[in-house]
Design a protein around this ligand. Structure first.
Ligand code: PEP
Length: 253
C-alpha cells in the first residue's frame, strides 16, 4: 500500500507577517519534488492570511495549530474550525503535546475538536506520544494506543481527513530522537490500533507521521522506513532550506 509522504511544518508561536511571507516564498520557490511528497505549513492564526497570499495556487498546503471544539459562539479568544477553512486551511494540528500540557487538553477534548474539524471539512493531524517517564516505564505502546482510541472519534475517520502524528514528547525540541527502528515499531502499533478500530481500508491508507527533532540530517533515515509516512516538523520548519531538504528526503525514490 503506497501512501503519499506528507511533511508538515508546525511553526508554533513564531514568525511575524514579514517573516511569514519570506519563509513561505522561500519554500514555494524551492518545492521541486514534482509531487512525490506533499508539504504544508501551519503558521499561527495571525499569519494565516499572509501565508495564504503567498502559497495560494502553489502545491504548498496551509494548516493551523488548533481549533475550538464548538462550531461558534461565546468563546473569547478562540478560533472555530470553519474560520480556519474560510482562511484557506486544509489541515489543523490537534492534540499537540504542548496543548495537552499548556492547556490541559484531554483525549476527549481532542476528539471533540477533531469532530468539529471534520464537520468543517478540515483534515485533522492528531498528535500522540509518550513522555520520557512513560517510555522509561515501558508504557509507550499503551499510551499511544489509549490516545489513538480516545482522541479520534468513532465515526467519520477516513484517510483524507485523518493524519496521525507520533511525537514522543521527550523528543520535541530537544535534539533527541528514538532510533528509526523504535519509532517505526510505535508506528506499527498505532497502525494496528487503527486497524482494530476502523478496519483495513483506513489503517492501510492513513498516514502516520513522525515528529520530534526531525532535521535535514536525520530525515532520510526516518522517511526511508516504510512505516513512517512523513514528518511533523517544528524547529526545522522555520528555515526554508531545512524544511525543503526534509520535503526532498520524503520525495526521494
Ligand atoms: C513539534 O513540536 O511538532 C516538533 C516536532 O518540534 P521539533 O521538530 O522542534 O522537535
Amino acid at each position: 500500500m503506497s501512501r503519499k509522504p506528507l511533511i508538515v511544518g508546525n511553526w508554533k508561536m513564531n514568525n511575524l507577517l514579514a517573516e511569514t511571507g519570506a519563509l513561505c516564498k522561500g519554500i514555494v520557490d524551492g518545492l521541486g519534488h514534482a509531487g512525490k511528497a506533499e508539504a504544508a505549513v501551519c503558521p499561527p492564526f495571525t499569519a494565516l492570511a499572509a501565508a495564504r497570499a503567498v502559497i495560494e495556487n502553489s502545491p504548498l498546503g496551509l494548516g493551523a495549530q488548533d481549533c475550538h471544539a464548538a462550531e461558534k459562539g461565546a468563546h473569547t479568544g478562540d478560533i472555530a474550525a470553519a474560520m480556519l477553512k474560510d482562511a484557506g486551511c486544509r489541515y489543523v494540528i490537534l492534540g499537540h503535546s504542548e496543548r495537552r500540557t499548556d492547556h490541559n487538553e484531554s483525549d476527549a477534548d481532542v476528539a471533540a475538536k477533531v469532530s468539529t474539524a471534520w464537520s468543517a471539512g478540515l483534515t485533522a493531524i492528531v498528535c500522540v506520544g509518550e513522555t520520557e517517564t512513560e517510555r522509561n516505564t515501558g508504557e509507550t505502546n499503551d499510551v499511544v494506543e489509549r490516545q489513538v482510541s480516545n482522541s479520534i472519534p468513532a465515526g467519520g475517520a477516513d484517510p483524507d481527513t485523518l493524519v496521525v502524528a507520533y511525537e514522543p514528547v521527550w523528543a520535541i525540541g530537544t535534539g533527541r530522537t528514538p532510533s528509526v527502528e523504535d519509532a517505526a515499531a510505535v508506528h506499527r502499533h498505532i497502525r494496528a490500533a487503527l486497524r482494530a478500530r476502523f478496519g483495513d481500508a483506513l489503517a492501510d491508507s492513513v498516514r502516520i507521521l513522525y515528529g520530534g527533532s526531525m532535521k535535514p540530517d536525520n530525515a532520510s533515515a526516518f522517511l526511508a522506513d516504510p512505516d513512517i509516512d512523513g514528518g511533523l516538523i517544528g524547529g526545522a520548519s522555520l528555515k526554508a532550506a531545512d524544511f525543503l531538504a526534509i520535503v526532498d528526503a520524503a520525495g526521494a525514490d
